[in-house]
Ligand binder design. Sequence first.
Ligand code: DX5
Ligand code: ZN
Length: 223
Amino acid sequence: MPERRLAPSMMCFPTLGLDRVLADCAAAAVELLHIDVMDGRFVPNLMLGTNYVADLRQATDITLDLHLMIQEPGDKLDWFAAGGGDWVSVHAESTAHLQRTVERVRSLGGHPRVALNPATPLSALDWVLDDIDGILLMTVNPGYAGQALIPQTVAKIAQLKAQLVERGRADLDIEVDGNVSAPNAVAMAAAGASTFVLGTSAINLVKPLADQLRAFRAAIADA
Ligand code: DX5
Ligand code: ZN
């Protein structure tokens, strides 16, 4: 059975009532909490900041999956106390010093990952592949929840998977973010994705969260 990890997108939940959200995530044994950090420059939106991340660390033992959509993230890792087992995705487009940045994440004890926007070629990964633990492929343009899938990104997942196999790095995790509904996730899993960011396309705020998470896991189990 291939590994499949769920990473609910925390920006999609109201900040009031987070205790219940965290309890449901634990009950459904989610592997990660996906945290969208946006600076209003790299992406045209401002989201989840330093206090939020610090509070979440106090409130849960679930691994944090920091998705840094900020300019020059390498200068700001300390702001988030990034390290200590966190997954930390930095965008290839956000820094002139990608290799230095992923090395810095590693030196802090984090799991470095590179995120790519939909139009960024996979070749951006070529010379950092041995320095990272995974790749986050954006399947929408980053910045907002609730956007439609950019269809060619599914072929991009498959191409990345094939390249990783060819380079003997099929162990690297492929994470997908943006319009990851259950039907889209089935196609993404078949293409090679193994970690799924669950936002508004996967979760609503009406039905019990733990049930929705379990149903999602079941939907992609055999994809
Ligand atoms: C997009 C964010 C996602 C978003 C995905 O920039 O990174 O985490 O919440 O959720 P939906 O399903 O709304 O696309
Ligand atoms: Zn994200």
